[in-house]
Design a protein around this ligand. Structure first.
Ligand code: KIV
Ligand code: ZN
Length: 388
């Protein structure tokens, strides 16, 4: 069975940059955009051009720079936003306008003080107007996660007729369960006329820690684009993490879904975004966290030393991490100590290890981690004549 391609839509520079304290200047955004293009993302959402002159300028410069990916600008469903976005994307090789409106009951009632019928009219007008500037129009039904499926299907059908090429179904508030989100995508696939002409996109937020699971449920039910950010940064608890969805699809080949991402650039891209945005990646972050390939308990270390696959489901080299690490702590066993000592040139006999190991445990109880220096120190203190 041939593999189907899932488009990766990166919104690090738009939804990701909405994180408080994350503001980037144009130069920093250009550095990230260049890296995203090398990484192989299909779409770079470069910003929200009407939001500020700085953001407009960044989108203009990114549009000029990017060689491979489509460059996208966000708008609300109004003429001015769309005109400004179209202007900012003029130099893009592949421009996309991302326009839309809230479709859930609470958005219609509280945000717009409007009615479902009027919202559909605004959605149609926005898509038609955007289409008069560029061919590629993505429509977002904001808060689709909490929107009634029947109404959502009507909105989708109308915007497809108006010219939308991509339908974004955001779980804006991160509320859905994976089954529910997957069922929503399935419902749209089965009930929207013309849906086969467009790409369905997942845009999931992480308020309940389900953004990645929901995005995967979405593609399992027919979506073919995932919107995500590097390190999962974004509003509140963030967006779907790019590195997670990409590696899930890679590590589960039976899903028959592939992306165009060069996964060996994932770790360095994560580091670049961490550095430019100043948002520290948590050590236990899946795929790119400092501990993602670090083993510290004795049982795990023993297994990994015998064969990496006992406790690793990914090859660190596949994400650009040079090797897994065996971290020495008071939970480490003899195998790990012998392994780390050997890497430092100390070939230990069983008797030598019998002497060293209890001393190591005493030392480790006083330290969070025993580093190379600590191992050398222990060797000295044990005063055994180690062959080096
Ligand atoms: O979360 C959301 O609904 C969004 C839209 C503006 C696409 O970011
Ligand atoms: Zn969002």
């Amino acid at each position: 069975m041939s593999k189907e391609r899932v488009q990766i839509f990166d919104t690090t520079l738009r939804d990701g940059e909405q994180v408080p304290g994350c503001k980037l200047n144009t130069k920093q955004k250009l550095t990230i955009a260049k890296r995203l293009d090398e990484l192989g993302v299909d779409v770079i959402e470069a910003g929200f051009p009407i939001s500020s002159p700085g953001d407009f300028n960044s989108v203009v410069e990114i549009a000029k720079l990017v060689q491979n990916a489509s460059v996208c600008g966000l708008t609300r469903a109004n003429k001015k936003d769309i005109e400004v976005a179209a202007e900012s994307l003029k130099m893009a090789k592949k421009p996309r306008i991302h326009t839309g409106i809230g479709t859930s009951e609470s958005h219609i009632k509280y945000k717009f003080n409007s009615t479902p019928e009027k919202i559909i009219e605004r959605a149609i007008d926005a898509v038609r107007y955007a289409k008069s500037f560029v061919e590629d129009i993505e429509f977002y039904a904001e808060d689709a996660g909490r929107t009634d499926n029947e109404y959502l299907a009507r909105v989708c059908e109308e915007v497809i007729k108006a010219g939308a090429t991509v339908l974004n179904i955001p779980d804006t508030t991160g509320y859905c369960l994976p089954e529910e989100y997957g069922a929503k995508i399935k419902y749209l696939k089965e009930n929207v006329k013309g849906i086969e002409k467009v790409t369905i996109s997942c845009h999931c937020h992480n308020d309940l820690g389900l953004a990645t699971a929901n995005s995967i449920a979405g593609v399992q039910h027919g979506a073919r684009q995932i919107e995500c950010t590097i390190n999962g940064i974004g509003e509140r608890a963030g967006n779907t993490a790019l590195e997670e969805v990409v590696m899930i699809l890679k590590q589960h080949p039976y899903l028959n879904l592939v992306t165009g991402i060069d996964t060996t650039l994932l770790y360095s891209t994560s580091q670049l975004v961490q550095q430019k945005m100043g948002i520290i990646v948590q050590p236990n972050k899946a795929v790119v966290g400092d501990n993602a390939f670090a083993h510290s308990s004795g049982i795990h270390q023993d297994g990994v030393i015998k064969n990496r696959e006992t406790y690793e489901i990914m090859d660190p080299a596949d994400v650009g991490v040079s090797q897994s690490s065996i971290v020495l702590t008071a939970r480490s066993g003899r195998a790990a100590l012998a392994y780390r000592a050997k890497n430092l040139g100390y070939e230990l006999t069983k008797d030598e290890l019998d002497v060293l190991y209890p001393e190591f445990l005493n030392f480790a109880d006083l330290h969070k981690e025993v580093n190379d220096e600590g191992i050398h120190q222990l060797m000295e203190e044990c005063k055994i004549n180690f062959s080096k």
